[in-house]
Design a protein around this ligand. Sequence first.
Ligand code: ADP
Ligand code: SF4
Length: 679
Amino acid sequence: MARDPRFDALFEPVKIGPVTAPNRFYQVPHCTGMGYIRPQMLAELRGVKAEGGWGVVCTEYCSIHESSDETPYPGASLRDDDDVGNLRLMTEKVHAHGALAGVELWYGGHTSANLYSRATSLDVASLPNDATLGIPAQSQAMDRSDIRAFREMYRDAAKRALQADFDIVYVYANHYYLLHNFLNPDFNRRHDEYGGAPANRVRLLREVIEDVAGIVAGRSALAVRYSIPRDYANDPRGLLECFELVAELPDLWDITVDDYGYEMGSSRFVREADNQAAVRKIRAMTSKPVVSVGRFTSPDTMLAQISSGTQDFIGAARPSIADPFLPHKINQGRLEDIRECIGCNICYAHDSLAVPIRCTQNPTMGEEWRRGWHPEKVAPSHADEAVLIVGAGPAGLEAACTLGRRGYRVTLAEAETELGGRINRESRLPGLAEYARVRDWRLGQLARMPNVGIYPDNRLDADTILGFDAEHVILATGARWRSDGVGRWRRQAFAGSAQEAVLGVEQLLDGFIPGGHVVIHDDDHYYLGSALALHLRSLGTAVTMVSPKDSVAGWSNFTIEHSPTMRALIEAGVQIITARGLAGFRGGQAEFECVYSGARSSIATDYLLPISARIANDELWRELDARRDEFGANGGLSLQRIGDCRAPGIIAQAVYAGHRAARELGQADNGSKRDRVVL
Ligand code: ADP
Ligand code: SF4
């Protein structure tokens, strides 16, 4: 298929200083949890993005010195010559597809606790660490000799960036790292020529830009990453004034807003293209090309970025993670094949956990090298065989899609009239509408596969399955929430758990509207408890949320959703009680125990909703497993269970399980490799 000429503007080459990007699709620097520790994994991941049509592909933050070390988070590194080879693995892969490779040279400052290098971190002032796990440590305030040494670090790293063949070299001046902190009067209280008026605060940035420009001039472009307030009219830190003073110095500006909660906000709280007013403001202040992100997944929104003059590139991290082939799909007129990011921030959560990135929508993310999974290619079926998949939640749908692509004869049976499993119910909760994309993209793909038959409203039992004409059966029957409180806090059911006033999660998700007051005991700590609380508040129900931890929804810290979740709960009038574990429910009183002192307290309530853990729907599995002697009659049936019916988990895990089962069907081994540092 050919590209719709409407989108031609997205495919125009753009000059960035001495280099030219082949199109406007620009993968901005983003973390992967791989960095210098897993160079082959990383190189393959970036190479696949270039193959998918991203005209520029950047590294994650790339340390320039041992005193900029955020271990346990594995960023990229150009600290010494040994790092050059590791990053050259990436530039070779990116160049092989005609894209430009960018490197984001980074010095952390007080955010780097230097847990690995044990070096002293330098910053504009002596500031307490607030990033690497909140280590009780402070940076050293830089004196003039430190500033000279710092400039030398940047120059040396820029030389190494050229050796590694990067086409774009970044000076990184945002995200509360050192260069930003000089600009920011909240941190910069210096009385020397680097503090005070904007011209002084911007001095170090100007010097570093000029230093790096002196090294890369004519060979690679110089980009600066810079942040401005989302509400640019309210700029108490004078970031726009500082910008004006250096607006023409770099070859490209990579602009973010100075609130990570918005820049990287989840779809629960931040919409596509949220930051664009601020970006437009900056673009009017420079003649240099500008790139910025906005979780762009709609080609029309992308086009509007260019036609409205908001920016020159389509900056992307998450859309390129969810679909590395997004540019190609637009180019080939295959818009319906674009696998849109759902904005769940599970990718970021895994960076934050210092493990390789994964994605809810794209199960191949992070497995490009280790398992050799390509997002657009699968091996053909190993034989002309049929597969029966039971259950059309995320696991079953993904398995059906991938097996369908491989060419098997696939039958997908679902008990309910609607396909989608947990997605159907959860995506109806406040803020979770985009989660439906997990279901909808797969249904769209399946609708075009003549070798896949889909049968909703078909609850299968063991007899039917054993009588079915298929060589393989995959059970993806999901899980259900417990209502007896058993989970992390409790190992046994609480007293009174069988009462009618004890609600089940599914009861609420299926539309039950309780009046009066509901107490939620949230021992799950992710999004469901708060989403249900907000749902109940929207129905007028009074809600108290109780957590046995020191905060509610604590795990959503990893997805950058904790703070907006708390704000939403507080604004909706949800009462929040922490460090209390559920003890029992008697006579309309929910009883709790202080997790530290054991002191008892109670709350009068009409209903109690315990959210703790899930039970796998594995009854079918157990029955079939017990009847394996009957499989032979069916020509040696293969049976497996995947997703929540095997081990309940996040949606990403179910999608991954479905994908893996489909990839590995009929394969001798899973081909997994272990990454190692190149010496
Ligand atoms: P997962 O996240 O593992 O994909 P879900 O709970 O989202 O799990 O989806 C499981 C799906 O399986 C649900 O839609 C459920 O209705 C369906 N299901 C469960 N048991 C059967 C069965 N015996 N026959 C057909 N479908 C089933
Ligand atoms: Fe988007 Fe979620 Fe994938 Fe991240 S993990 S790219 S937010 S779908």
